[in-house]
Design a protein around this ligand. Sequence first.
Ligand SMILES: [Mn+2]
Length: 319
Amino acid sequence: MKKELFKKIYNEIKRSKTIYLVRHIGPDPDAVASQIALRESIKLTFPSKNVYAIGTNAARFKYLGLLDKANSFDFDNDLVITLDVPDVARIDGLDVKKFKNVIKIDHHPFVEKYGKFEYIDDKNTSTCQIVLEMIINTRLRCNKFVAEDLFMGIVSDSNRFLFEYTNPFTFDLVSLIIRKYKLDIQELYKKMYMKPISEVRLLGYIQSNIKVTKNGFAYIELENDIIKSFNADAASASNMINDLNNINEILVWLFITKDEKKDLYKVNIRSRGPIINEIASKYNGGGHKYASGVRTTDRAVLDKLIEELDEACKLFINK
Ligand SMILES: [Mn+2]
């Protein structure tokens, strides 16, 4: 069943001259690595095709490779593959509704159907792992660069194999590419995890100042002048969300940062108990069961969200 869908996707790639690969807004390593790795794999397999990985440039993840610019589209014939994004509203940089041939490859819980074929495996660690499974099950080719990007995407989205859905098969796949392409995992970890002391100090600030309710809900609003005083930016601050996992007193935790240019609040939420994506979706957000986000311009919405998440913790403890 899974293999058949991989073959269908492969055949669509094979018959398309021009292919666009897109992912979600607010890029993360899984999203960026999956689009760049698939681009390189398609180019290796079919050198004459035009393949573009597009979306807002993510300077922080340039170690994964560079994105492309594209601006002339043939809506009837070009193929679009969306990676790591369950709904049209969160696709970065392309209006997929205009295209006839759209394929979705994703590991988020289903939100809406927008593709001709949709490969959704919401029990998978990452979109990069799905892309690796597809390469293994089709004639798509791989090389060291592709393997490195897929490895980094899997490591990042599974939070170094800590999160659920990491299983023996994940290790089989990772082990396979480490051996076959002789990946230097120490070098790759350096690319991913080296950081300036300013970021460590900001994390220290967050850890010292986050509020924790009696129900096990923790939250902090990170004002931009505070983030700036640590010489860091809002994106790297919100990425620190995973550093608050595995704390006895915290069940659900939330960071608020603000994009000044867009006048937009970005909320990052994690949980090790209550399911949070259903709550996030009520506030124009979404994501995974235990890792979700919300974006809003309305500050008042955030207070309601905080209240509801605290209540969810209370219910969870008392159930
Ligand atoms: Mn992902």
